[in-house]
Design a binder for this molecule. Structure first.
Ligand code: COA
Length: 323
């Protein structure tokens, strides 16, 4: 079961009006095409570990566990503070979780759901009773702020959940589903900076260390993958769309969320949306939305909850939880 969720964002805010000053874009265009009004952006000195630690400590407090109780840490991110070692090891040290194993999951936006699925499987295999799953990004570090097709979309943030064994009250993860299609990788990727094309001055000059995206193609693939994932979630949990009390989708674009809800025949008043406040925070987006839904009283224990996401890879995933 998901015993506690926490979230944190850097204090700095980049509004559509700010972007209007540096890009050929407008608040009206961004709101109409994406639903985004602002995003939180980390200061250069703010590390991923610093705000992930806040989210993790909040999740642990809500779950009633301490760092010493953690058997493992799974950290979903594409923007670790450094290439080696993992973000999970940095967080393990910051928390003082000295009993916990720790590793990263690289699955882009659905990374946190991949992490939840992996944690659930490890628990079933008796490899942990209390596992921290973090989804956090500093996407501002890989965004090209001269490209209006991507600069408007991304934000920074962190979310975390503590998973524990299911209890007798029915609160449990009911189904998980993951998928991928690497054939479409080049539609949304960072071409350089890996071992095939190590960082050089020329590569940085050509901005090959930053996100490149074919927006329209990604949009279509997103709607398809999100729809497929909602079908799989409902199927695997042995429920119907009517049984869903709340859907908390990846917050990439309001139009993608609306198309997914329409496909799943779930009314928009059962769908959590906060893309307006945070933009697309990749692996942090679902836990950030969960934390807000709980704070607003929209998500309560016992609710049938569908989580669904899509991202670079392409990758996609869904999880059904009796909250
Ligand atoms: N401001 C103003 N105009 C912009 C713009 C911006 N920020 N970005 C693109 N445009 C322009 C384009 O240049 C194009 O102009 P043209 O017709 O003169 O060539 C026009 O708007 C339409 O571009 P298009 O890319 O077709 O727009 P769109 O409706 O598909 O919206 C996105 C662009 C990026 C908002 C949209 O494709 C999208 O959200 N895609 C999915 C992205 C995503 O979710 N990625 C992460 C997945 S996890």
């Amino acid at each position: 079961m998901i015993a506690g969720v926490g979230a944190a964002v850097p204090a700095g805010i980049l509004t559509n009006a700010d972007l209007e000053k540096t890009l050929d874009t407008s608040d009206a265009w961004i709101v109409e095409r994406t639903g985004i009004r602002q995003r939180h952006i980390a200061a250069p000195t703010e590390t991923l570990t610093s705000y992930s630690l806040v989210a993790a400590q909040q999740a642990m407090a809500r779950a009633g566990v301490t760092a010493k109780d953690l058997d493992g840490i799974i950290f979903a991110t594409v923007t670790p503070d450094r290439r080696l070692p993992s973000a999970a090891c940095d967080l393990q040290a910051a928390l003082g979780a000295d009993r916990a194993w720790a590793f990263d999951v690289v699955a882009a936006c659905p990374g946190w759901l991949f992490g939840i699925s992996v944690a659930e499987g490890l628990m079933r295999a008796a490899l942990g009773d209390t596992i921290l799953v973090v989804g956090a990004e500093k996407l501002s570090s890989i965004t090209d702020y001269t490209d209006r097709g991507t600069a408007i979309l991304f934000g920074d943030g962190a979310g975390a959940a503590v998973l524990k064994r299911a209890t007798d009250d029915g609160r449990a993860i009911l189904s998980t589903y993951m998928g991928a299609d690497g054939n479409l990788a080049s539609l949304l990727h960072i071409p350089g900076g890996g071992s095939a094309e190590p960082l050089t001055e020329a590569l940085v000059h050509e901005k090959r260390h930053l996100i490149q995206m074919a927006g329209r193609e990604v949009f279509k693939a997103a709607v398809l993958a999100m729809s497929r994932s909602t079908d799989a979630a409902i199927d695997r949990a042995g429920i119907t769309a009517d049984d869903i009390d709340i859907m908390i989708p990846h917050q990439a674009n309001l139009r993608i969320i609306e198309a997914t809800a329409k496909h799943a025949e779930i009314s928009m008043n059962k769908v959590m949306v906060n893309v307006d406040r945070y933009g697309n925070t990749s692996s942090a987006s679902i836990p950030l939305a969960i934390a807000q839904a709980e704070a607003e009283g929209r998500l309560k224990p016992g609710m049938m909850t569908m989580l669904v996401s899509f991202g670079a890879g392409f990758t996609w995933a869904s999880v059904v939880v009796r909250w």
